[in-house]
Design a protein around this ligand. Sequence first.
Ligand code: HPA
Length: 247
Amino acid sequence: MSFQNIAIIGGTGLTQLQGPQLNPALVVETPLGQPSSPLHSGQWAGKEVVFLARHGHPHAVPPHKVNYRANLLALQQQGVDAIIAVNAVGGITPAMQSGVIAVPQQLIDYTWGRDSTFFDGEFRPLQHIDFTHPYDETLRRAIVQAAKNAGIAALDGGVYGATQGPRLETIAEISRMEKDGCDLVGMTGMPEAVLARELGIPYACICLVVNPAAGKSDGEITMDYINNVIASGMQQVRDLLAATLAR
Ligand code: HPA
């Protein structure tokens, strides 16, 4: 893989990296505040990695209160040349069953009220950036190919719908999202992806489906169910990260 200095943003179920040789935690400050957690850097599968827990560790910052801009600036300060995000998501379309890993290709942003740009005319002058392809295709391909080579099942593509949270959605909201073309629903994919693009850092994400989205199963969605899927599925995501880094 052409990327050498890679950031991993871990979400629900991945608040710590095990496996890599990590240096002591680095507490950093940015002009836009502190990132969600100290940074852990080190070597993993032959690459320099920097790990950031999106919700802090232990898991605490809710999706709508994450300081995404500070997170991205902190990673830029570390000189990373790519960012792989990990997201626990709900599955909307039939292929997106619990336990499935997907590497989405598109997104729709339903979030509101978040600080979602550096180019706000205050921190940086206004700019309208291209976001036709929200994820970096080279990085996406590297992840998908690594999965193939390592024998890890990972779906290539899908549309990620980013919702505000922290509550889960209603059945009507998920129906609307399905009509819009969303395959996956999560709360943290935006503005993370666009902020990475604004900084010019290639970004892609690995989604682990942890529950059927609202109305896609008979019952209600419980945290017990989600935690069970995370417990059984996140190791595959770790394996996929290692396989991607090793390329
Ligand atoms: N909706 C939104 N975000 C999520 C879900 C969901 O069903 N599951 C995990 N993150």
